[in-house]
Design a binder for this molecule. Structure first.
Ligand code: NAD
Length: 283
């Protein structure tokens, strides 16, 4: 069994981004810029935004956080996004989710200029991803793909079970796997017999938000298991959606939580922002 070290791989990606950022600045006088919209006072959202701002600083990006109270109107959020769409110093715009319930998330995401949509949630980029055109791809599934590449895990012809079908994790994950010629099964809360699907899979990818959902008897011997879940237990521990102790001995590869997919998500956000900035010089 080999542990996929997302922390180390993410550090390597950030240092690659840092090098390229230096080159962009020296040769073209460009400093990539990321703007984050943060609405409300959800502690997890604040923690994620802080980590994103720290990563920006580390790689040499300009970054700005627009903090707004959860009483803000939809029109005011839209006005802020439109301002950033027009700001030439901003290459990437990210709206930290979830938004308060009185805000129409889909409407907000559609206002972001698709060329600055570094989270890849705009329907334009979703459509391009599905049709296998160059697109901004959501950071978490993109990070998982980079793990497969780095560890030489072949996808063509493999049976992959994706557990969880959200717009930000499961659906784009499934599209990327299909584009890589895997046979993909997508499961969710209404799936009749989850274990029946996971047990058959060469690769199981879980992003659900239920601690310990995937148990040893649900995974076949030698499977690759990718745990996207991030759950904070009452005792303060951070765990994924996989019963790691039970499942790990059966796997050929497994990601830990923390130190697996989590750090990759932020590294890919840096990579996507660099990609957006590179468009300024026609790349
Ligand atoms: P979500 O609530 O939007 O979607 C959850 C999905 O899981 C849904 O499709 C639902 O049908 C499915 N589901 C729920 N319970 C299930 C069950 N018992 N069996 C099968 N399917 C079930 O959540 P999300 O935003 O996609 O996030 C999912 C998890 O991934 C969370 O733990 C979140 O914290 C984590 N996450 C991690 C990263 C990262 O960087 N590692 C990024 C995004 C989300």
């Amino acid at each position: 069994m080999q542990i996929i070290d997302g922390k180390a791989l993410a550090a390597k990606i950030r240092s690659e981004v840092k090098e390229e950022t230096k080159r962009l600045q020296q040769e073209h006088d460009i400093v990539p810029g990321l703007a984050v919209v943060l609405v409300g006072d959800d502690p997890a959202s604040h923690a994620y935004v802080k980590m994103k701002a720290k990563a920006c600083k580390e790689v040499g990006f300009y970054s700005i956080v627009h903090e707004m109270p959860d009483t803000i109107s939809q029109e005011e959020i839209i006005a802020t996004i439109e301002m950033m769409n027009a700001n030439p110093r901003i290459d990437g715009i990210l709206v930290q989710l979830p938004l308060p319930s009185h805000i129409d998330t889909n409407r907000i995401l559609e206002v972001i200029d698709p060329a600055k949509d570094v989270d890849g949630f705009h329907p334009y980029n979703v459509g391009r991803l599905v049709t296998k055109l160059d697109a901004f791809v959501p950071c978490t599934p993109l990070g998982v793909m980079r793990m497969f590449e780095e560890y030489g895990i072949e996808l063509r012809g493999k049976d992959v079970c994706v557990v969880g079908a959200s717009n930000i994790v499961g659906k784009p994950m499934a599209a990327l796997l299909l584009n890589a010629d895997a046979t993909v099964t997508v499961t969710h809360i209404y799936t009749k017999d989850l274990a029946e699907h996971t047990r058959k899979a060469d690769i199981v990818i879980v992003g659900v938000g239920v601690p310990g959902l995937i148990k040893a008897e649900m995974v076949k011997e030698g499977a690759v298991v990718i745990d996207i879940g991030i759950n904070r237990l009452e005792d303060g521990r951070l765990v994924g959606d996989v019963d790691y102790e039970g499942v790990a001995p059966k796997c050929s590869y497994i990601t830990p939580v923390p130190g697996g997919v989590g750090p990759m998500t932020i590294a890919m956000l840096m990579q996507n922002t660099l990609k957006a900035a590179s468009k300024r010089i026609g790349r």
